[in-house]
Design a protein around this ligand. Structure first.
Ligand SMILES: [Zn+2]
Length: 441
């Protein structure tokens, strides 16, 4: 089929901010949204029509915090009981990232990006960690993501938990990728920072001095109590205050979790308005508590590597914090309005179903049977769709996934599974052998 001009037809078209057609169609032309409207109005003779059978047609979903490398984590037995937050890192995530090599990074990124596309996610903000591989690592992930066709904002976490000498290389890798992708419309860069508690004041000062002004940070912030205590013991008023003390916070910052904060931290959030990302499934899994939605009204949603499924994350956010003030409004804003506003900083052409915006579309594999409207859209996502299995995923007008298959036949090939399994098996072997500091156990 000619993918330059076609109609996605016969679905419930909604963008969560005013566009709503029960029997709607979307005309895609040269990678752009050319028209959106009622079914009959858009039938243009000669154009290919993709009938989606009443399914829900949304602008492509966005995962605001992901770890593609975690795609190879299922089945790993942590090195210890992992009772506290730091132990979860030392027993599982740090030995895993110390074990990553180029092959496992490529294959976990490829399979993680494919998983996202299968869930209608067209853009993700990835936070990569591999303490033993810095130089060129973001190009490896970029190559995998490009093969799948997703949009992504990539970064490598900077941390001096294995010594300060790595910080410079990690920082340079972030700046190199960020600066070489400033004009890219598919992939962008940020400055990845692990968290306050694994960076000394000297390293923070280095980042604050060297970071280009226009470059935004992507950082875990106040995730567990130890991150907060670390900052207070160093004489700061909490994790956001410490980052701000080194000049690292700006309106473009992506602050992930924001659970353990001080009054001063909340004040800085109000003054500077960086983006805050909550990851309900990860927070429940790590038993770190919940972001205070009474204090943080504007926020975004991510999965923190728990899955590639943003509708599942939305459902969990609803179920795990039923007492939250502005429960429905807050989640609807996070899922639609707030993320449109933030994502535009990186991809200005992503404006939902506005005419002329880049054609990123997710047709969820869900046919609403009960009445559906703009007002109860979120209820359909949470209680109807229940998860975001996608029927069709489109990026920049290019159909990546349709009716259970990738349009790039390489991605459906069985040999891909055996290559990925080989890389995952090798990774699990190294994980068994290595401690979190990269030494043999
Ligand atoms: Zn994370």
């Amino acid at each position: 089929m000619d993918q330059n001009r076609y109609i996605i037809s016969n679905g419930v078209v909604a963008d969560g901010r005013g566009v709503f057609y029960y029997n709607g169609s979307v005309l895609v032309d040269s990678g752009r949204i050319a028209s959106v409207g009622p079914l009959d109005d858009l039938e243009i003779e000669g154009l290919p029509v993709l009938d989606v059978g009443g399914r829900l047609i949304l602008p492509g979903l966005v995962n605001m915090h992901h770890h593609l490398y975690s795609h190879f984590a299922p089945g790993l037995a942590p090195h210890g009981p992992s009772e506290g937050f730091v132990e979860v890192l030392e027993d599982l995530w740090w030995p895993l990232d110390a074990s990553m090599d180029e092959s496992s990074i490529y294959w976990s990124s490829l399979c993680g990006a494919m998983d996202s596309v299968r869930h209608g996610v067209t853009t993700f903000f990835d936070h990569h960690a591999s303490m033993n591989l810095s130089e060129g690592v973001l190009d490896v992930i970029d190559r995998a993501v490009e093969k799948v066709g997703s949009r992504a904002v990539l970064c490598l976490e900077v941390s001096d938990r294995l010594g300060r000498e790595r910080v410079k290389n990690q920082f340079e890798e972030n700046v190199r990728f960020w600066s070489s992708h400033r004009n890219d419309t598919a992939r962008k860069g940020m400055l990845g920072i692990h968290a306050n508690m694994t960076l000394s004041d000297e390293s923070m000062a280095f980042l604050g001095r060297q970071k280009p002004k226009e470059m935004s940070i992507h950082v875990h912030c106040g995730e567990g109590r130890p991150d907060y205590d670390f900052c207070v013991e160093k004489g700061y008023h909490g994790p956001i205050h410490r980052l701000d003390s080194f000049g690292l916070i700006s309106p473009g910052s992506l602050l992930v979790h924001c659970i353990h904060l001080s009054e001063r931290d909340y004040r800085i959030l109000e003054e500077i308005s960086p983006a805050v990302v909550t990851n309900p499934e990860s927070n429940a899994n790590n038993r770190v508590g919940r972001m205070d939605r009474g204090r943080i009204g504007r926020f975004l949603l991510g999965t923190d590597g728990m899955s590639g499924d943003m509708v599942a994350s939305l459902r969990s956010a609803f179920l795990l914090d039923r007492q939250a003030p502005r429960l429905w409004e807050g989640l609807k804003d996070a899922f639609f309005d707030e993320r449109y506003d933030y994502v535009r900083r990186f991809f200005p052409d992503l404006r939902g179903f506005e005419i002329g915006s880049a054609a990123d579309v997710a047709v969820l594999d869900y046919v609403p049977l009960t009445p559906v409207s703009e007002d109860n859209l979120l209820g359909h996502l949470i209680f109807g769709a229940k998860g975001g299995n996608s029927f069709m995923t489109v990026v920049d007008g290019k159909i990546l996934w349709h009716d259970g298959k990738f349009t790039d036949s390489d991605l459906n090939d069985v040999s891909l599974v055996s290559e990925a399994r080989k890389a995952a098996l090798n990774l699990h072997g190294r994980f068994e052998a290595l401690d979190w500091n990269g030494h043999l156990r």
